[in-house]
Design a protein around this ligand. Structure first.
Ligand code: SF4
Length: 225
């Protein structure tokens, strides 16, 4: 079944209006838990959606593979095309040089969003997508203005391309994101993604008497509610 045939399987919670003149959407996805609500509501609204997975920030490789495969699993279930882009991790590390100790939401994250959205915009340009967007903004841990600013700047060089700035947290989207994650039993990552966020999360855990993060061991289920 393709995504259009899945539209009636999903409850429509929001009426979505695409920016500019509409058209097919290329959504940069960071992971299945963040992308689930966007995927369901775009399908329910009859939007022609393709997922673009480009996240060379995620470290280590095992964590990257788990997050990617979870997203593929849900995309296949919903009949949504999935583009698996490069894991050019060395390029990401080169760009992060000098920002290793920057806090989350700082300039390293701007670089990280810019890099991922630049590749998304290039692919969109080369494959005829007039609209790009991202699942990153649904997370309450992220600065939505920072993400939108990066998205708009990366789409700007391409004539006729728009970065869709919709706030997916409102109208219950933030809560549904967790409901979908539990229902689908997605992998529950414990840090943003890069080696520096893993280090900082573990430092916080150590100070607060908690166990270090164990890669590949936590999954959404009722006990994580
Ligand atoms: S904390 Fe997250 S957004 Fe910031 S650089 Fe690391 S992976 Fe990228």
């Amino acid at each position: 079944m393709n995504q259009a045939e899945h539209a009636s399987d999903v409850i429509k919670h929001v009426d979505l209006t695409l920016p500019a003149n509409g058209g097919k959407v290329l959504m940069h996805s960071c992971c299945a838990p963040c992308a689930g609500e966007l995927m369901e509501q775009m399908v329910a609204n009859g939007i022609d959606l393709t997922i673009f997975f480009y996240n060379p920030n995620i470290h280590p490789l095992r964590e990257y593979e788990i997050r990617k495969n979870e997203n593929i699993r849900f995309a296949e279930k919903m009949g949504i095309p999935f583009v698996d882009a490069d894991y050019d991790v060395q390029d990401w590390f080169a760009r992060a040089k000098g920002m290793e100790r920057d806090p989350e939401r700082g300039r390293r994250c701007t670089m990280c969003f810019d890099m991922r959205f630049a590749r998304t915009a290039l692919y969109a340009h080369e494959h005829g997508f007039p609209i790009i967007t991202s699942s990153l903004g649904i997370s309450r841990w992220k600065n939505l203005d920072q993400i939108n600013d990066c998205g708009v700047r990366m789409a700007e060089p391409y004539d006729g391309m728009t970065y869709w700035e919709y706030n997916w947290r409102v109208k219950g989207g933030g809560a549904r994101m967790y409901e979908i994650a539990k229902r689908e039993e997605f992998y529950a990552q414990q840090y943003c993604g890069c080696i520096y966020s893993l280090r900082d999360s573990n430092e916080w855990r150590e100070k607060n008497g908690r166990e270090k993060i164990a890669i590949g061991e936590t999954w959404y289920e009722e006990k994580l509610a």
